[in-house]
Design a protein around this ligand. Sequence first.
Ligand SMILES: CC(C)(COP(=O)(O)OP(=O)(O)OC[C@H]1O[C@@H](n2cnc3c(N)ncnc32)[C@H](O)[C@@H]1OP(=O)(O)O)[C@@H](O)C(=O)NCCC(=O)NCCS
Length: 219
Amino acid sequence: MPSPERAAAAAADGPPALRFPFDAAALTEAPIITERLVLRPLEASDAADVFEYQRIPEVLRYLPWPERDRAEAYEHTAKRAAARVLADDGDFFVLAMTLPGTPSVDDVSGDRVIGDMMVRVSSAKHAQLELGWVVHPDFQGKGYAREAATAIRDFAFETLNPHRIQAFLDARNAASAALCERLGMRREATILEEQYNDGEWQDTALYGVLRREWAAAKG
Ligand SMILES: CC(C)(COP(=O)(O)OP(=O)(O)OC[C@H]1O[C@@H](n2cnc3c(N)ncnc32)[C@H](O)[C@@H]1OP(=O)(O)O)[C@@H](O)C(=O)NCCC(=O)NCCS
């Protein structure tokens, strides 16, 4: 049962009002620029850089991704790159985190993709979006994930108008949980044995932040 204060605040927020459909192709022309990164839609041609982190077992540990050989991984990147339009539940797009000044592994004239961030529709009806992230270990512990995720969280709230943004993670994933907390998200649940991956049942942590909490924190 929500407190009377929360019920009143929720009522004041009004009904769901996502600005859909949204085509992330718009971010090719006008990428999100942060202090150190350029965030633009993932392209199939990013596959070599993505494979550099996708092939590392430590990166896959808490991701529901199987180990893929190079051909399978390139196909996976092409599929993720093709997803651009948000309109219905399950729709998603992926932004490449590019680091200007650091060359791509297969094209020295291009900037290296050091990780990627996903925005997915959990519920169009209820205006709930979900974020997901992965960063190459060589570029972890430097605040890049935080920088990109902060910018994408702000972009999502400002442009798409969700009521809430959430993240689901393997409950043992301390680095991802810390990132959620840096983003002002609250741990709302530990869902027991929610997934069966790598031959075992895994608990899932659910983090979330409401639009009005994000707005209040931004001042
Ligand atoms: C989850 C993941 C993206 C987090 O990456 P990260 O690099 O730890 O996250 P941040 O960008 O927030 O970096 C924070 C660290 O950088 C440090 N840092 C260094 N320079 C910094 C700067 N300029 N600004 C901010 N933090 C900085 C922080 O102090 C912090 O260190 P700490 O963890 O020792 O406290 C990463 O662990 C990952 O890709 N894991 C594998 C894939 C995965 O599990 N994805 C999640 C599935 S739910």
